[in-house]
Design a protein around this ligand. Sequence first.
Ligand SMILES: CC(C)(COP(=O)(O)OP(=O)(O)OC[C@H]1O[C@@H](n2cnc3c(N)ncnc32)[C@H](O)[C@@H]1OP(=O)(O)O)[C@@H](O)C(=O)NCCC(=O)NCCS
Length: 320
Amino acid sequence: MTQHRSRIAGIGTYLPTRIMTNADMSALVDTSDEWIRERTGIAQRHIAADDEYTSDLAVEASRAALAHAGLGTENIDLIIVATATPDLTFPATATIVQHKLGIHHGAAFDVHAVCSGFLYALAVADNFIKAGQATNALVIGAETFSRILDWTDRTTCVLFGDGAGAMVLSAGGEGEGLIKTHLRSDGQFCDLLYVDGGPSRTKTVGHLRMQGNQVFRHAVGKIAGSMEELAGMAGVPISDIDWFVPHQANQRILEGVAKKLAIPVEKVISTVGRHGNTSAASIPLAFDAAVQDGRIKRGDLVLMEALGGGFTWGAALARY
Ligand SMILES: CC(C)(COP(=O)(O)OP(=O)(O)OC[C@H]1O[C@@H](n2cnc3c(N)ncnc32)[C@H](O)[C@@H]1OP(=O)(O)O)[C@@H](O)C(=O)NCCC(=O)NCCS
């Protein structure tokens, strides 16, 4: 079987226009700009309009990624949407995105690993490409977490935001592309971060529930561990990394991981202040921000990581 490396041919993002600041938050719940910034680094988040669905965010991000890659929809033969906030229980949001993009060939499905979803989707698409089963994949992280927040719970509602990011992953990379992905999960932690509704158990959508300090306690060690394992498997020392693009959950987690692995703060891409935690969308949103402002350049070595509900966690190493 021919082995291909998957190249990041393009990246694009979309954020809803409505911005909600910490001051707006303090009008809803007993919180303050100072508390939110100090504990999380978050200053604002974007919130989707009522008639703007996860698939709409995903479509906008996909169009931008396709334009960046210089490819048309006819070139795409795989669409994977990582989301925990699908438009509907079924069909997969990826098929709705496929329809809205006017694509009638190839395959489309969702991947559900919450905040690690983008890394899971990236790994799946990479393996499809390496196996010769796809040539150009749209890998999308898209979320409307505002729809599943309990807006009376100050311990969770201040943390999350809406948004989408997409990468076009293409066959034929030589020195460039995804070098390795490393995925982990351990369901014994499923009660620490979850949604208290679903079609089978409650017949409702439910709201996000989290034991924040418990999640925090696990996050740094698990994330740093998977990055070290990945770097070891790839034979690339962490000190060789040009850019660290973490899942944007909390500035303190980002910095904790960087410190544990002796990654200088100048190499850490952080957008959590502007976007909040956008779950599966956060890595491509941060990656794209750094491509747009000229920090991440072609040929740079980029290390991504995430941890989310489940727990699921993992890391991915790419030469952009
Ligand atoms: C959520 C998080 C910011 C809370 O910070 P913390 O230092 O752990 O705070 P605690 O939960 O221990 O709460 C401390 C106090 O702040 C209060 N508090 C919680 N949210 C608050 C808010 N938005 N505004 C003001 N006070 C708040 C609590 O009620 C508690 O008050 P008490 O001491 O009177 O009981 C932090 O735990 C965290 O970031 N966890 C990881 C969450 C995460 O990233 N999840 C997603 C992973 S994908």
